[in-house]
Design a protein around this ligand. Structure first.
Ligand SMILES: [Fe+2]
Ligand SMILES: [Fe+2]
Length: 265
């Protein structure tokens, strides 16, 4: 927790209103694929209330929770609210970009986002480590997506925004990696199966709810890949770092993650 807070000092923080020269935003400098890639990820980021709800349900803070669990959940909450604040800025910044650059009308965009945003989001996992492993993969995949998109876009305002977003996602990944590592250190083989299960059933957020998700994801793949398997080598690194003496189960897990990576790459 302290590491995350230390990695996000005031100088690294930015705000939507002042960090970018919105008046110069110009979607005319983007290809159709790049505009589509921006629209796609705006939907993903805008679903924050759905993601936040998962944490609220998994780590409740109410009178029905015993004291030790509450202590744990309350600690985690320090992270969750800060993370949510940053993700909410991502959603707002992408919205602002679309409007400032002439890609969308505010009211229409707001309604379009709401149509997807109101759909329920749930993860099929009930083990805490599964949620963190899921988030680890997803944060890294999003970071890589922003970096790829940034490398090709012709609008400097968008490039600047994508740089900020990629840096935030990198910090989110580092936090999740740290948590998963601690779980592995502390519980060893007992958390191997919950992690394996995450990889076996992995779906990027909203893959099942956005209409035409897969067609859309494929269409923008030439511009930037939004693919969870791109993050798997990073997960393997986390596992290797956490485990000094590898058990058969851990070996099997690493082989499994690696196989998922190579088959779909
Ligand atoms: Fe984000
Ligand atoms: Fe993130």
């Amino acid at each position: 927790m302290t590491a995350f807070l230390r990695a996000g000092p005031a100088v690294r923080r930015w705000d939507v209103e002042s960090a970018f020269d919105w008046e110069r935003a110009d979607a005319g400098r983007l290809t159709e694929g790049q505009r589509s890639a921006v629209e796609f990820v705006t939907l993903i980021e805008d679903h924050l209330p759905g993601y936040f709800g998962v944490y609220e349900r998994a780590f409740p803070l109410h009178s029905g929770v015993d004291l030790d669990t509450f202590v744990h959940n309350r600690e985690l909450y320090h992270f969750t609210v800060r993370w949510a604040q940053e993700e909410d800025s991502h959603a707002r910044a992408l919205f602002r970009y679309q409007v400032a650059a002439g890609m969308a009308e505010p009211e229409q965009l707001r309604r379009g986002l709401a149509a997807e945003g109101r759909k329920h989001f749930e993860l099929p996992h009930d083990h805490a480590v599964s949620l963190f492993a899921y988030a680890l993969v997803q944060e890294k995949a999003t970071q890589l997506y922003y970096q790829q998109l940034r490398a090709v876009v012709g609008d400097p305002v968008l490039a600047g925004l994508l740089t900020r977003l990629a840096r935030d996602e990198a910090r989110h990944f580092a936090f999740m990696a740290d948590v998963v590592e601690r779980f592995l250190r502390r519980h060893g083989d007992a958390v191997v199966e919950p992690i394996r299960e995450v990889i076996a059933n992995f779906r990027m957020p909203l893959a099942d709810t956005i209409r035409g998700y897969w067609r859309w994801a494929l269409r923008i793949a030439d511009t930037a890949r939004y693919d969870h398997t791109d993050a798997y080598s990073h997960l393997i690194r986390v596992v290797n770092r956490a485990v000094d003496a590898r058990s058969d189960q851990v070996d099997e897990l690493v082989r499994f993650i690696d196989a998922c990576r190579t088959t779909s790459a």
